[in-house]
Write a protein that binds this ligand. Sequence first.
Ligand code: PLP
Length: 228
Amino acid sequence: MNSLQASRNQVLQQIQDACKQAQREPESVQLLAVSKTHPSESLREMYQTGQRAFGENYLQEALDKIETLNDLDIDWHFIGHVQRNKTKHLAASFAWVHGVDRFIIAERLSSQREASQVPLNICLQVNIDAQDTKDGCQPNEVVELVKQISQLPHLKLRGLMVIPAPNNTQAFSDAKQLFEQVKSEHAHPQDWDTLSMGMSGDMTEAIAAGSTMVRVGTALFGARDYSK
Ligand SMILES: *Cc1c(COP(=O)(O)O)cnc(C)c1O
């Protein structure tokens, strides 16, 4: 067994244990493999262990990998901050975008998504614990954004994405509560099924609070080297 297979098995086991503890079905949590900074060969190797969903943060790096790995059936998720001038490539090449936090961004993604493609899956990023960052909308903006974005034709608004400060497990419960609370504002509530939260260091706590998708990098691929 190669080392990526071993680390993936370990992460899947951790997800399963967390689900059991929380009395949830193991299939209710999806594993997103966060592969930023890692070379295409590592993604290919991870794919061969059965992994299909990969998350990337940097657009140019991601587009290079999408091109190199175009023989594989990968679901590409963009989990970085979405800038207005990047939406065209995101709409063309990704299956999911997690970092949407303004209506104008969603509107651009919808109008730039080809009608011949399946709708682009979207998570609305919320600054759930009032961090000093410009990423993520405010919790009190979520109702209105869900109302508006869920009506855009070439998008499927799937849920919320949060990145709370480390060890802030209360933020996971707050996100879950908000997630349940705003569902009724959705134009197509049956699409509202994704709570993207939890990373290598806190996936167990996120799953206990109701996460349906954990975004895991380090525990799968090892530490990242940003020097290259
Ligand atoms: C890098 C990143 C992750 C993965 O973090 P790890 O601690 O390596 O698991 C998850 N989510 C987002 C938004 C990231 O940027």
